[in-house]
Ligand binder design. Structure first.
Ligand code: FAD
Length: 371
């Protein structure tokens, strides 16, 4: 049966959009070249930390906080419907400062956050050691944001895909979209090998590969890959209660003692893999945050590509081509922003007038004129 909407890409963005649109009654087909969750969405740490990642940009902070609250609702919904725990925990996030300059930066961040109504607590070294005894006692102080959270991206992706299938979404794995077909200024469908699949609406959610797909009205480098390398280990008892940032990195602790340490930010194109330099960098950051990790055994390491954009904001919404939507370019915050992105796409498809936020994320800001 002809789908109402084709979604290209089965990462968290594609799955979230598909799930959301299916709730509105759309017949959705997800085309994924590998398997759902094959790329960045399974590599992520799952930090839902807008107060750390986006505090300098009022709009990004507002979007991130809204999406974090949508995560809380989504986690409850997936638990109620399917009995799946996606690991959403409002554990709080802590940032460490190791010198006077970093202390001044934390003070400035705290003032900005409070102006936006975000509760945050400035801790002395003594308070930090009391709250998180495994933190480096060289830290001069810390900032704690209790409302920020974490989620387990792989569990979330499986549960959202389950929800989507339950609501009638069809997933077609092993299907690489070779090009987008546009006729007379509107979308007609996609080309897969020598097969054409038609639909009046298309959402491209292909992560770092989005603007490489021929037929889209964007320069191929509008969305570009930023490689991130990660290390996982385990400690008993769990090393921290909160997510801890410091020294340019972070340590995320799951309740079962699993610890994720990240990450690098590398512009190396689509070069996959783990490097000595990357591992050394992640280890240096993690052991600066928590010196006790020096004795921990490395259990796993991996890397993947964040979809970066020139202005640091994602491309979400309809393009100038009728029926063609983008949900991509979420860089370091794609797990955080997935539920909100799905809402914004659903609103745009329903023809709701764009809000200030949706205008700021519009893909039209990077669109090339069509010849
Ligand atoms: C190391 C690391 C840590 C991170 N930590 C966090 C974090 O703590 N919090 C946070 O919010 N975000 C984090 N992120 C960012 C987050 O992972 C991404 O922003 C998010 O996963 C992007 O999701 P996506 O669905 O757009 O892309 P992806 O998950 O990359 O999915 C894109 C999908 O499209 C498919 N595809 C590509 N081209 C085609 C084609 N032509 N045809 C069909 N299918 C195609 C791919 O196979 C892939 O499955 C992290 C990222 C990395 C790399």
């Amino acid at each position: 049966m002809r789908p109402d909407v084709i979604v290209v890409g089965g990462g968290l963005m594609g799955c979230s959009v598909a799930y959301r649109l299916a709730k509105d009654g759309a017949r959705v087909l997800v085309l994924e070249r590998s398997v759902p969750g094959a790329e960045a969405s399974s590599a992520a740490a799952g930090i839902l930390g807008p107060s750390v990642e986006s505090f300098e940009d009022a709009l990004a902070l507002q979007l991130g906080r809204r999406s974090r609250e949508l995560h809380a609702e989504l986690a409850d919904e997936l638990d109620e419907l399917f009995g799946v725990d996606v690991g959403f925990r409002r554990c709080g996030v802590v940032e460490l400062a190791f010198d006077e300059e970093e202390i001044a930066a934390l003070d400035a961040q705290a003032s900005t956050l409070r102006l936006h109504g975000v509760r945050c607590d400035r801790w002395s070294r003594e308070e930090l050691m009391e709250e998180e005894p495994a933190a480096n006692s060289d830290a001069l102080g810390a900032l704690c944001i209790p409302e920020d959270a974490q989620v387990e991206p792989k569990k979330l992706l499986s549960a959202v895909a389950l929800g989507a299938e339950h609501d009638g979404v069809t997933f077609q794995s092993g299907s690489t979209v070779r090009s987008v077909i546009v006729e007379g200024g509107r979308v007609r469908g996609v080309q897969l090998g020598d097969q054409v699949i038609e639909a009046d609406r298309l959402v491209v959610a292909a992560g770092s590969w989005t603007t490489l797909i021929p037929g889209l009205p964007f320069d191929s480098e509008t969305i570009f890959p930023v490689r991130g390398q990660m290390i996982a280990t385990e400690t008993r008892p769990p090393i921290f209660r909160r997510v801890v940032f410091g020294a340019g990195g972070y340590v995320v602790t799951r309740p079962d003692g699993r610890v994720l340490c990240g990450s690098t930010m590398e512009r190396v194109g689509f070069q996959r893999g783990i490097t000595f330099g990357g591992m050394a960098d992640v280890i240096r950051k993690a052991t600066r945050i928590a010196p006790g990790l020096r004795d921990a055994a490395i259990q796993e390491h991996w890397s993947s590509f964040r979809p970066g954009t020139p202005d640091g904001l994602p491309l979400v919404g309809e393009t100038r081509i009728e029926g063609l939507f983008l949900a991509s370019g979420h860089h370091r915050n794609g797990i955080l922003l997935a539920p909100l992105t799905a809402e914004l796409i659903a609103e745009a498809m329903a023809g709701k007038p764009g809000s200030r936020e949706s205008e700021a994320l519009s893909p039209k800001r990077f669109e090339e004129a069509q010849g």
